[in-house]
Write a protein that binds this ligand. Structure first.
Ligand SMILES: O=c1ccn([C@@H]2O[C@H](COP(=O)(O)OP(=O)(O)O[C@H]3O[C@H](CO)[C@@H](O)[C@H](O)[C@H]3O)[C@@H](O)[C@H]2O)c(=O)[nH]1
Ligand SMILES: [Mn+2]
Length: 658
């Protein structure tokens, strides 16, 4: 069997393993009666935003990372100059403030990693607005509790002024005046913009999470921490109680370090043009992980046990007395707390400490969530996966192809980096987590490496077809059967799985296209960059996923038209490969038509190769459309068109000559 077969087979097998592991989704009926939870105990929720800084202005606190992000996304930011708009952050915060949970036990922290005054004032507004919003939610049992999602109306622009603060307790839950218009207490609300300086690495999201862990421990010290990214909002106000039921479970609760919720997105189109729902991964594979030790930590929509997140090892007889932990709020004045917290959020605080190594989220990886989750599991803790009927959290999936590819590149870069580091699950997890779980991490870790096999399959059969080298058995040979079987069964399996998880047939086709696009461009660059990093030629760079696009692009997104519209080396690759396979088909046609007497012989010899080229061309149809037939701003830039034609011709000529 050729490379193709072996590779397809291994893929099919890994999926089959998943299927046997998977079990029906856990229903979320609380395992313990809700009454016991009525009083609740302290709960801290963290929000992360990278700030909303106008491009063009250069605020002193923004460092290279953000400007890189802005540059990368310039193409899609023509109309709206913000990548994480404050209105989005505010909605996320409000959605959680309105949880169906005793507000006096709830503390909410926002990390503003852009250090932007705009976000700060937006938070002030949010604090004010919450006084009316919370009673409203309660009275009318509003769901979702994010005002934006609830009303779907635009928010008012905010005046900006120049006043920057690092830690500010906007609502002090201990204050008896902090009440809504009906006199009910409000949750504590804290704004944090940690200190950042060019000489000190800020460690991206992991750094801001760790700053939040410290600051919150000083103010409210909730034993459970909820982490939500600013591009998600709470969609099920029972989520806190659901997860607490797991943590407080009398038998198994004490060994759980984190409860990860399934992540859903509220801006997906019917057929998920960029395959961003991760349907099968979330509905099948993560449940599979749940059965063999626990799901990975996915960065958002996750409840953590503070102690475990802070590096505590699980000990056999570890038992939490929930009554004791419930009331540990500081009794100093708010302004005093603000002052003392500034030290905790300063950029030098972590020097000579184990923060980022043994405590808090782990530094040095682009998938800080995965590595932190793995590390926690390796300390003896279990994790749990929850997918309630009503989604716990809803987020924003990328709306352009480039945003999607850039996000995938970061993830896969991070994953491969984990595999090649001392944290490689196979070795690091030895004797700490089950072999099954160690193996289960590997397919994700090695996704980037998968690009080589994919590139081979896209380039070689086509070039060999042009050159007249036959790679597969003749059509009439019985050896065609294993190829056909593997290819067919593997795809049929994948389709079935996709439909089973609630997808549409066209959604599956789009998924297949994105599979190809990601593996030939994003994963290839991820592999390349990981190697450069290993050799010391490249530095870690967290490119924040842009969360907005201009109106026109949004319209095209809703119409499920793929958005190219920018120059990127990734598009050069995609277009070149598409052209190459088109040439392959032309070459094959020429052979069949011109060599009249031989035509059957050509089909006999190259049948499978021609078929493969044909499938690739079909998958790439939207690329040809974007290269040659579209007029909107989302079409492929003409420079990419020229480049792809030239590169593909060069490749063909070179093959013919040598
Ligand atoms: O220096 C930084 C960079 C990012 N963020 C925040 O981190 C979150 C995630 O960033 P985003 O650009 O939205 O990344 P995604 O691609 O959506 O992130 C997914 O993958 C990341 C790991 O690559 C995880 O950290 C995320 O939780 C997970 O949602 C956002 O709230 C950002 O505001 C910071 O606070 N500081
Ligand atoms: Mn995100």
């Amino acid at each position: 069997m050729g490379h193709t077969g072996v590779w397809a087979m291994s893929q099919a097998m890994s999926q089959a393993v998943w299927a046997t592991r998977a079990r029906p989704s856990r229903t979320c009926e609380p395992t313990r009666s809700e009454e016991k939870l009525r009083d609740g105990f302290g709960l801290d929720s963290f929000f992360l935003s990278y700030g909303s800084v106008f491009i063009g202005f250069s605020p002193p606190l923004v460092d290279g990372t953000l400007s890189t992000a802005c540059r990368t996304y310039k193409g899609s930011l023509k109309a709206d100059p913000l990548i994480e708009p404050p209105s989005m952050v505010v909605n996320t915060v409000l959605s959680v403030m309105a949880y169906d949970y005793p507000p006096e036990k709830l503390s909410i922290y926002l990390s503003d990693d852009g250090g932007s005054d705009l976000t700060f004032y937006a938070m002030l507004e949010a604090a004010n607005f919450s006084k009316t919003w919370l009673p409203f939610c309660k009275k009318f049992r509003v769901e979702p509790t994010s005002p934006e999602a609830y009303f779907r109306t635009a928010s008012e622009p905010l005046n900006d002024a120049d006043n920057w603060l690092s830690v500010k307790i906007l609502i002090d839950g201990r204050d008896s005046n902090a009440v809504d218009i009906e006199g009910n207490p409000l949750p504590t609300l804290v704004y944090l913009a940690r200190e950042k300086r060019p000489q000190h690495h800020h460690h991206f999201k992991a750094g801001s999470m760790n700053a939040l862990i410290r600051v919150s421990s000083r103010i409210s010290n909730g034993p459970i921490i909820l982490n939500v990214d600013c591009d998600m909002y709470a969609n099920n106000s029972k989520a806190v109680k659901y997860s607490l039921c797991l943590f407080m479970d009398e038998k198994k609760g004490d060994e759980i370090a984190y409860v990860q919720f399934l992540q859903s997105f509220d801006n997906l189109t019917k057929n998920e043009i960029y395959a961003s729902s991760f349907r099968v991964l979330q509905q099948l594979e993560l449940h599979g992980l749940d059965a063999i030790g626990g799901p990975c930590y996915n960065g958002s929509g996750c409840f953590h046990r503070r102690e475990a997140l802070c590096g505590k090892k699980y000990e056999k007889n570890y038992k939490v007395d929930w009554k004791k932990v419930s009331d540990t709020k500081a009794d100093e004045s708010a302004s005093f707390l603000e002052e003392t917290c500034k030290v905790l959020a300063s950029c030098t605080f972590e020097h000579n400490t184990t923060w980022g190594k043994e405590m808090g989220l782990i530094y040095g990886f682009l998938v800080e969530d995965i590595i932190t989750g793995l590390n926690i599991q390796c300390k003896g803790w279990k994790s749990m996966y929850l997918s309630p009927e009503r989604d716990g959290f809803l987020g924003v999936a990328p709306i352009t192809l480039l945003q999607t590819l850039v996000q995938h590149k970061r993830w896969m870069d991070g994953h491969l980096q984990v595999f090649l580091s001392r944290y490689c699950p196979l070795l690091y997890g030895y004797k700490k987590i089950p072999l099954k779980l160690r193996l289960a991490y590997c397919p994700y870790n090695l996704w980037a490496a998968n690009c080589l096999a994919t590139l081979y399959i896209v380039v070689m059969p086509c070039l060999c077809l042009l050159k007249g080298i036959s790679l597969f058995p003749k059509i009439s040979s019985p050896w065609v059967f294993p190829f056909a079987y593997v290819a067919f069964v593997h795809r049929a399996y994948s389709l079935n799985e996709f439909l089973w998880c609630g997808g549409t047939f066209r959604g599956w086709c789009n998924d297949q296209r994105m599979w190809l696009f990601n593996r030939t461009s994003a994963y290839f660059f991820a592999l390349f960059e990981t190697i450069l990093k290993l050799l010391g030629y490249s530095r870690l760079n967290f490119v924040v996923t842009a969360k907005v696009a201009d109106k026109e692009a949004l319209k095209r997104y809703d119409g499920e038209l793929i958005e190219f519209g920018a120059t990127s080396p990734m598009f050069d690759i995609l277009a070149t490969l598409a052209m190459l396979n088109l040439f392959g088909i032309f070459g094959a046609l020429k052979k069949v038509i011109l060599d009249e007497d031989e035509d059957l012989e050509v089909l006999e010899k190259f049948g499978l190769q021609i078929l493969l080229c044909f499938v690739l061309v079909t998958i790439n149809l939207p690329v040809y459309q974007a290269l040659f037939f579209r007029n909107d701003n989302g079409k492929m830039p003409s420079s990419v068109t020229y480049k792809s034609i030239i590169f593909a011709m060069l490749a063909c000529t070179a093959t013919m000559c040598f």
